[in-house]
Ligand binder design. Structure first.
Ligand code: KG4
Ligand code: ZN
Length: 381
């Protein structure tokens, strides 16, 4: 079964063709993503209307490209690709999958209305997908570097850590899952992003903090680990963000990372510091990254232990964080948990359409196109 998947919930426009030939995983035949990040850097953040306007421009070329790559036809001119893509859609694609939420309403509508038009015009079944569940199913994409024995064993604990969400779920099977808890305030990725912004870096801030942290000493700053000892599976990261802000201001009282004379332009704090001061900055980043990771690892493995999980699935943009991956494995080994730690390839951690196709491949529950609508507040049922 071949699925054309479309994802446009935030600033990215992504299309992918996935194929499910095996009971346990899907293959990705193409995954094309257009981003408007540089546009948003100039305005100091994503302005929803700007994001949607860009997505209207990118959506058709992105789909055309994904369809042609799935047939190894990417060397052709755009005009040739455009003609061929209609034939590929008609003859090779069995179903259409699209993200219906959560996300920005204008952005979601661009993907949804396009998917509905294709479904109507070509009479293809349409599968609406929750973006968050899509993140988890990035784990069911078979990487070409893995051997063919790849399979995920239930029950699973899934940790979603993205720019807007931090959630723990228990999966008994593909069709039975329970939400265990989430963040009360900021998400883990949001904490990375806001702290990076304070240091003068644009979105996404997580990779920048992780890069600076590599040169730092994790022992130099002991930031709080909010809610680490509580029995619940709730998280809270806003206090940690404030501690980071206070420590940074204390060490760099002349902190100035926004140059208002030239419109919105971030000025990296790092560039204003002497060599000696830079070490303190790296130590601050190392302390922050370690604190975030510590909380995520502790809560996730507590859930894995309580629910006797065979597998822990890591998902969302922050799942690309190497320290998080390494610590989960190390601490699980130390606790003697008989749990496999699984994470997607880094390119499938951040927003992409392949993960939406992966969820749809395991849940091919089509809905009449007239009934498919955007739900910006969609969460878990
Ligand atoms: O899943 P995603 O692409 O978008 C949302 O659905 O939110 O996640 C984006 C988030 C951002 O907060 C970004 O800073 C974070 O993922 N991120 C990372 C890393 N790569 C991306 N955080 C920490 N370390 C990374 N290597
Ligand atoms: Zn996402």
């Amino acid at each position: 079964m071949r699925i054309l998947a479309i994802e446009s919930s935030c600033d990215e426009t992504s299309a992918s063709v996935v194929e499910k030939l095996h009971a346990d995983y899907v293959h990705v035949l193409s995954n094309t993503t257009a981003t408007s990040l540089s546009l948003h850097a100039a305005t100091g953040g994503i302005i929803p209307e700007n994001a949607a306007r860009e997505q209207i421009k990118y959506i058709i070329p992105t789909i055309v490209n994904a369809l042609c790559i799935s047939e190894q036809l990417s060397d052709l001119s755009y005009e040739e690709q455009f003609k061929l893509s209609q034939k590929i859609l008609k003859e090779k694609i069995d179903q259409i999958a699209v993200t219906i939420g959560p996300g920005l309403i204008g952005s979601l509508l661009v993907g949804i209305e396009t998917a509905k038009s294709i479904s109507f015009a070509l009479n293809k079944p349409l599968i609406p997908v929750n973006h968050l569940l899509g993140h988890i199913y990035a784990n069911f994409i078979q990487s070409p570097t893995l051997n063919s024995q790849f399979s995920i064993t239930f029950p699973c604990i899934a940790l979603i850590v993205s720019g807007a969400h931090t959630d723990l779920l228990y999966f008994e099977s593909h069709n039975r899952y329970t939400w265990l808890g989430g963040t009360r305030d900021d998400a883990a990725g949001e904490c990375f992003d806001k702290c990076a912004r304070l240091l003068g870096y644009n979105y996404p801030g997580g990779p920048k903090i992780a890069e600076l942290a590599q040169k730092g000493n994790v022992e130099a700053f002991q930031f709080p680990r909010p809610m680490i000892g509580t029995h619940s599976y709730e998280f809270s990261f806003s206090g940690l963000k404030t501690s980071f802000l206070n420590a940074t201001k204390q060490h760099f009282p002349i902190l100035r990372t926004t140059d208002t004379r030239i419109g919105w332009q971030q000025v990296a704090l790092e560039r204003q510091l002497s060599e000696g001061q830079k070490q303190t900055l790296y130590d601050l980043c190392a302390g922050l990254e370690y604190a975030i990771v510590d909380v995520l690892v502790k809560k996730t493995l507590k859930a894995a232990q309580e629910y006797k999980a065979s597998t822990v699935l890591l998902a969302g943009g922050v799942a690309a964080n190497q320290l998080l991956r390494d610590r989960l494995q190390k601490v699980a080994d130390k606790m003697d948990l008989n749990t496999a730690i699984v994470f997607p390839e880094k390119k499938y951690c951040t927003d992409n359409a392949a993960m939406i196709g992966a969820w749809a491949a395991f849940h091919p529950n089509a809905v009449a196109w007239q009934k498919v609508t955007a739900n910006p507040e969609l969460y878990f049922e």
